[in-house]
Design a binder for this molecule. Structure first.
Ligand code: NAG
Ligand code: NAG
Length: 435
């Protein structure tokens, strides 16, 4: 309950005053909601599709610049402040103009480019951590930063290297075949070398640990278990990995999840991963009977992931909050985002393509194509909630939102890629060999 108060207060403030809550959207093409912010926050232009209420005084020029921006004007003149000249669309000009108005957030708002056809598909600076793994009460995830570094290339060395809870960076060189699931200690970074390093055969376990970074690993082919399981763990950043199994031919339960996040785990960011050829991607909250432990936790940011040839759970959440933005879903056959058992999702700037039946549902039914426990016709749970932020491109997929909730703002600043650029940016930037 406690953890929801911020969001509920934010929603009330919006309703009562017509002003957007802290960190909420306040402008962008097609936006019809509030264009001014609550006291202490200013509406700051991020890109043509998105402006956000960020901490700072409204005395600066940025709010008028942002709020006047609307549907048809895509020229830079509309948002030009003193330093901006009409035809230059470089990020340096953008940065300098926003710097004058909102010094607090300049380091995180540099990235998204403004034109519909970006010069480089992935905006520079996008690969730093953002979301709940960065913005949380304990402090930004740092993994093993500052600790000793080792490079491993076999199972014994790997298990030994990742075990302790003291700060350490472990580089994995090549693909290591695991003979049992490997437990990662706290304060650890596990990073793949080059574009073909990782683990196969068994997965990784993060259990009752804190402050872990997992990047640039290929993780594959685990029968009957997850590729990565989080349980009772906090501050985890899972970034730029490739996670896959042998396709959907053996049904939903032959393999298990790709990243399952359970038992009140909290403050997780899952970004720029390439998930493919697998049925059940990411379960959040392992049981509808685990409310007492899970409710109010399971706060996870999923952004700029590429899901391709998948079945269900992209992600499927219970009891928590997931901010799902700028992901690309291609051939997500049955159901992508599922919010159930009073879970809340904030869904924005995502793109759905190919053979994708249902992009988003808050209807509590665990569909027959997932893994219902009691009936092949599906299991019924309580519905979840969904709020939509910046526009999504649902492509061929349907959505079924049975109730909207109080999760109207992520509660942190973040880089939203313009919707028109998401497909190219995610294809270019997700997976291994990119960092
Ligand atoms: C992680 O490192 C910090 C800083 O050294 C330390 O205070 C903390 O206890 C460590 N975590 C665990 C679970 O040991
Ligand atoms: C959407 O949700 C409603 C319940 O509000 C349900 O009756 C309906 O079957 C759902 N549609 C799909 C396609 O699941």
């Amino acid at each position: 309950m406690k953890s929801n108060s911020l969001f509920i207060l934010g929603a009330l403030a919006t309703a009562v005053t017509g002003q957007q809550a802290a960190y909420g959207q306040c402008g962008g093409q097609g936006w019809t909601g509030p264009t001014t912010c609550v006291s202490g926050y200013t509406c700051v232009y991020s890109n043509d599709y998105y402006s956000q209420c960020l901490p700072g005084s409204a005395a600066a020029t940025s709010s008028s610049k942002t709020t006047t921006k609307s549907t048809s004007t895509k020229t830079t003149t509309a948002k030009t402040s003193s330093t901006k000249t009409s035809s230059t669309k470089t990020s340096s000009t953008k940065t300098s103009s926003s710097k004058t108005t909102t010094p607090v957030i300049t380091t995180t708002l540099v990235t998204t480019s403004k034109s519909a056809v970006p010069t480089t598909p992935v905006p520079s600076g996008s690969f730093t951590v953002e979301g709940y793994a960065r913005d949380n009460p304990t402090g930004a995830v740092s993994g093993g930063a500052g600790g000793p570094t080792t490079t491993v290339s076999d199972y014994a060395a790997f298990t030994a290297a990742v075990k302790s809870n003291t700060a350490k960076v472990v580089y994995v060189n090549g693909i290591i075949t695991l003979t049992s699931k490997v437990k990662i200690g706290s304060n650890t970074s596990v990073i793949g070398v080059g574009s073909n390093s990782g683990v196969t055969g068994k997965g990784l376990s993060l259990s009752s640990v804190d402050n872990i970074i997992i990047r640039n690993l290929k993780i594959s082919m685990v029968k009957g278990d997850d590729l990565i399981t989080l349980s009772k763990s906090t501050r985890v950043w899972i970034d730029h990995n490739e996670l896959f199994n042998g396709g959907l031919g053996n049904g939903p339960d032959y393999y298990d999840g790709q990243i399952d996040i359970t038992h009140a785990s909290d403050f997780i960011t899952v970004s720029w991963n390439y998930f493919h050829d697998h049925w059940k991607s990411s379960l959040v909250g392992n049981s509808d009977s685990n409310r007492a432990e899970d409710f109010g936790h399971l706060r996870i940011s999923y952004h700029h992931n590429y899901w391709k040839n998948m079945g269900t759970r992209g992600p499927a959440g219970r009891f928590g909050h997931q901010h799902v933005y700028n992901n690309l879903y291609e051939d997500y056959h049955y159901q992508a985002i599922h919010s159930r058992s009073d879970n809340q999702v904030l869904v924005e700037g995502n793109v759905f393509r190919g053979d994708t039946r249902e992009a988003l549902s808050t209807y509590g039914l665990v569909i027959p194509e997932d893994s219902p426990n009691t009936c092949t016709c599906g299991d019924y749970e309580l519905d979840g909630y969904a709020n939509l932020g910046a526009a999504n491109d649902w492509g061929p997929a349907s959505i079924n939102i049975t109730q909207t909730g109080s999760f109207t703002s992520a509660g942190y600043s973040y880089n939203l890629t313009p919707l028109a650029n998401v497909e190219a940016a995610v294809k270019a930037g997700a997976g291994v060999g990119k960092i």
